[in-house]
Design a protein around this ligand. Structure first.
Ligand SMILES: [Zn+2]
Length: 265
């Protein structure tokens, strides 16, 4: 008698257990949504489901899609055909090979998201932002051997307690299965904030700011590296970091950010 029942139970158990666990999980979610009603990731307006943008921010955020310059990842006004390089990238080529970004940084939801990621709510935001980045950077990530976050100077890290670029790199790594190396690159110079500096001053400010530590050189050599950061503004930081990786023998460096400044980038 035990036999058939046990057999039936064996087959039925996983299903009903699964259903029961699902029910508990959705109850848990519902309870959580009741205590912390879901809000827009950018503006905190009430929304139906957590981990998303409200309709207004969704309308206002300016996602970067093709056509864009294959080198800089900056959008073109008109589609002139695939594989184009902007005059700006030809006149002043970056040290990195290609850059990709999810959205324009200029005023709006993208700027608010970056600010919240840096100064609050980082755990809530790193996941969705990192997943968007994995999608926007699919072409450069497909070619990548290793991901490296743009490092903070140890003093700044101490003050801020976390590096938002490292959080994003971790999520992008999880989403793509690419390994993430947090100590591939070191920031050896405490630079001033880039805000308010001219293009030339920005380049000078970050000159020599990065180095591949002696112990990490073997991990860089002949590798195709994707440098991960939250924002790309003048490219000065990304260029300085890319040069350090290339000097240490990286085969190539691509750059993946959440948001980039488009005008005068
Ligand atoms: Zn919103």
């Amino acid at each position: 008698m035990l036999g058939p029942i046990a057999e039936t139970d064996d087959r039925a158990m996983p299903l009903s257990l699964g259903r029961a666990l699902n029910a508990v999980a959705s109850l848990g979610r519902a309870a959580l949504d009741f205590v912390y009603p879901p809000t827009c990731l950018a503006c905190r307006a009430a929304i139906a489901q957590s981990g998303a943008l409200c309709a207004r921010c969704w309308r206002d955020i300016r996602f970067i899609e093709r056509p864009f310059c294959e080198r800089l990842g900056a959008p073109f006004e008109q589609d002139l055909g695939p594989g184009l390089i902007s005059p700006q990238a030809m006149a002043d080529p970056p040290a990195y090979n290609r850059a990709r970004a999810v959205a324009r940084f200029e005023d709006g939801p993208a700027r608010r998201l970056v600010h919240r990621l840096k100064y609050s709510d980082r755990m809530e935001l790193a996941k969705p932002i990192g997943r968007w980045m994995a999608r926007a950077g699919a072409d450069i990530l497909a070619d990548a051997d290793i991901l490296a976050p743009t490092p903070l100077h140890p003093l700044r890290l101490l003050r801020r307690r976390f590096n938002q670029a490292a959080l994003l790199a971790e999520v992008v790594g999880q989403a793509t299965g690419k390994p993430c190396d947090f100590t591939l690159l070191a920031r050896i110079k405490a630079t001033k904030a880039q805000f308010g500096l001219s293009r030339a001053q920005r380049a000078e400010n970050v000159q020599g700011a990065f180095r591949v530590p002696a112990g990490a050189e073997a991990r860089v050599r002949a590798k195709r590296v994707v440098l991960v950061d939250d924002v790309l503004t003048s490219s000065a930081t990304a260029n300085a970091a890319s040069r350090a990786l290339l000097r240490a023998g990286a085969a190539s460096v691509d750059v993946l950010v959440f948001a980039r400044v488009v005008t005068g980038a």
